[in-house]
Design a binder for this molecule. Structure first.
Ligand code: ADP
Length: 336
């Protein structure tokens, strides 16, 4: 029979409690018995008392009282241990569940993460395997076919590489992010815009910028990555020819970055899940036509959290989404 971890831990706790209780019981039993025996050994001169109670022999009364006392003591100690067993069992189980639950949750998250990551990696690998097998079986494969084949394989490799990079990032859980530099958020956003320029141009999407200079303590590369993820999503989930608004403001306390699009929006049911790892909104629009693994926003949130900041989202289906990032300015605030 396989016991659940909570039950195993319960038995350990209970075993420990019962061991203490039995040690305590033995001690009490010994001490009390010694006292009882000593008390009954005391000489009694009250002969009338014995005769009145029908005992003509002092020894008989002494032994009977001793046995009564002993049996009462045993019953009481037995009851005490039974209560300790029941109450201790209940408490042990409660403590065991409390101890085990976060560990089980963490293991469950880890399992799901591994399963999702394997699934995402399996798809491009299967595509590549099939393509390579078909190509190898084709005796009339020309140099041009081979080149096309390699090009297609390379696309899959690039996809896998970006997924593995993302997975590594998530696995590090923000530990590699160091807030040692004083960075200018305006510069960071300009670099991010440059990185998404190709995709925005391909969809004829205009990025309307209103950027103040806001300096804060942070990690430059990671902040660029955070902005790229939000801009990239805004472009991915928006129709051709639309506008993405990018606004950066700041005060002495924090920097506020707003990325607003006129895209497909996110339904109220799904909006609570979009920061979960591997979650992709279940609309055919996003699943069928838009590339992605569903880890971008998890990474973006991790970066914001590593900067003691936060990301919020508001969205209306078919109208668009607004992502707002607030990052505290931890040292030497500077806004202009
Ligand atoms: P990916 O974009 O790779 O699917 P993300 O983690 O970046 O993964 O986003 C998770 C999901 O959130 C997306 O699949 C999409 O459904 C939804 N989403 C994110 N940004 C937007 C946006 N600007 N407009 C509409 N939906 C979005």
């Amino acid at each position: 029979m396989k016991l659940s971890p909570a039950l195993k831990l319960t038995l350990w706790y209970l075993g420990f409690i019962m061991l203490l209780s039995l040690l305590f019981t033995t001690f009490v039993y010994r001490v009390t018995m010694t006292e009882l025996e000593r008390g009954f050994r005391r000489p009694t001169t009250d002969r009338q008392f014995f005769l009145f109670n029908g005992f003509d022999n002092y020894e008989d009364l002494r032994l009977q009282r001793l046995h009564e006392g002993e049996s009462n003591l045993r019953i009481n100690l037995f009851m005490f241990n039974a209560v300790v067993l029941v109450v201790g069992g209940g408490l042990s189980y409660w403590f065991a569940r409390r101890t085990i639950r976060p560990i089980e949750d963490a293991l469950e998250t880890q399992k799901r993460f591994t399963a999702d990551a394997s699934h995402e990696l399996r798809t491009p690998l299967s595509v590549m395997q099939t393509e390579i097998e078909v190509a190898l079986r084709d005796k009339d494969l020309t140099a041009q076919d081979s080149r096309d084949q390699l090009k297609s394989n390379l696309e899959e490799v690039v996809r896998m590489r970006s997924l593995v990079d993302g997975l590594l990032r998530l696995a590090r859980n923000g530990s590699a992010i160091e807030l040692t530099e004083m960075v200018d958020m305006r510069d960071i956003l300009l670099s991010a815009i440059a990185r998404v320029e190709k995709t925005s141009r391909a969809k004829k999407i205009v990025i309307d910028q209103k950027l103040k200079t806001v300096k804060l303590q942070g990690d430059r590369e990671n902040l660029i990555e955070l902005a790229v993820i939000l801009l990239d999503n805004a472009i991915k989930y928006s129709p051709r020819g639309s506008t993405v608004h990018l606004k950066l403001t700041g005060n002495t306390k924090d920097a506020k970055l707003v990325v607003q699009d006129q895209g497909i929006g996110i339904s109220p049911d799904e909006i609570h899940h979009i920061f979960e790892r591997f979650y992709r909104a279940d609309t055919s629009r996003s699943k069928q036509h838009v590339e992605g693994f569903g880890i971008g926003l998890s990474i973006a949130e991790q970066i914001a959290l590593a900067h003691q900041g936060q990301i919020e989202v508001e969205s209306t289906v078919s109208k668009g989404s607004t992502f707002t990032v607030r990052l505290p300015i931890t040292k030497a605030p500077s806004v202009s």
